[in-house]
Design a protein around this ligand. Structure first.
Ligand SMILES: Nc1ncnc2c1ncn2[C@@H]1O[C@H](COP(=O)(O)OP(=O)(O)OP(=O)(O)O)[C@@H](O)[C@H]1O
Ligand SMILES: [Mg+2]
Length: 256
């Protein structure tokens, strides 16, 4: 059965979409059949693999009864598929709010596809709202990208882990924390190193929660989406590409 992995962080711009796109691409290159689900109305994952947000996608599946297979798109990478997002998805937050079982809509949409894919990766918006909760309920693992910058770490982890615990208790016993990884690391700044040390200290009794691979700040990673391709098809030799390949290998080891 395929593994469903959600990438979440209530903070914006930390590298969720970039990670889903590139980890997905390297899992596909490793021979796995991978489905990317763009569950963010911003549609950045959709454009990162060369599609636009004007067509039917995940919104029409969760609310309109469209079959997932009917809206599944090919991407420039073999074995890598996409269910796109569009602006209607932002309306889903309001539409689902009062509906019984609102938290299970994405799960019900994805469960039938679990047999078809080795991995289903879900990209979420920057919040712990209705869409992200649907992502948690649908998933086996949650991955947390963390930008190497200063912010109130303690409050951040408390809120995130409390949400995960609530989901585990109420809706999805099989949800596990897949791991935390650092993105946009700049070795020249003291701050980045301090943040990493601080997070390591926070998890010193559970060091396995942190991935070994750290994703550096690399301009190639931010250029690739404007060409509609993952970094492996844009500049395979750049340090950002190599790092995501290594991280994808760690994901393969953890989630198999
Ligand atoms: N390692 C990196 N090096 C350089 N630029 C990066 C890196 N990772 C992401 N970026 C760029 O930083 C910006 C934010 O990244 P991304 O969109 O992946 O974050 P996000 O967490 O999905 O954001 P949002 O919360 O808005 O969905 C994008 O312009 C992206 O191209
Ligand atoms: Mg994003």
């Amino acid at each position: 059965m395929g593994n469903v992995v959600v990438f979440a962080n209530q903070k914006g711009g930390v590298g969720k979409t970039t990670s889903v796109c590139n980890i997905g691409a390297y899992l596909a290159r490793a021979g796995k059949k991978v489905l990317l689900v763009d569950f963010d109305p911003q549609g950045n994952l959709t454009s990162s693999v060369g599609h636009d947000s004007k067509q039917e996608g995940i919104y029409e599946v969760i609310t309109g009864g469209r079959a997932l297979g009917d809206v599944t798109l090919k991407t420039p990478v073999e074995n890598l598929f996409l269910v796109s997002s569009n602006l209607h998805l932002s309306g889903a937050t309001v539409e689902l709010a009062d509906v019984e079982g609102w938290e299970t809509y994405l799960k019900r949409a994805l469960d039938p596809a679990k047999e078809e894919y080795d991995y289903i990766l879900i990209d979420c918006p920057p919040s712990l709202g209705i869409l992200t909760i649907n992502g948690f309920v649908a998933s086996d693992y949650v991955m947390i990208p963390l930008q190497c910058e200063f912010f109130a770490l303690e409050g951040f982890f408390n809120m995130l882990f409390q949400t995960v615990k609530r989901i585990q208790k109420g809706y999805n016993k099989s949800l596990k924390i897949g791991g935390i990884f650092f993105t946009m690391y700049d070795s020249r700044t003291r701050l980045a190193n301090e943040v990493i040390s601080q997070v390591k200290a926070t998890f010193k009794s559970h060091p396995e929660i942190l991935f070994k691979t750290v994703i550096p700040r690399n301009i190639r990673l931010s250029e690739a989406p404007s060409h509609g391709v993952p970094v492996c098809l844009y500049d395979e030799g750049c340090v950002g590409a190599k790092s995501y390949e290594t991280l994808a290998n760690e994901v393969l080891e953890r989630v198999s």
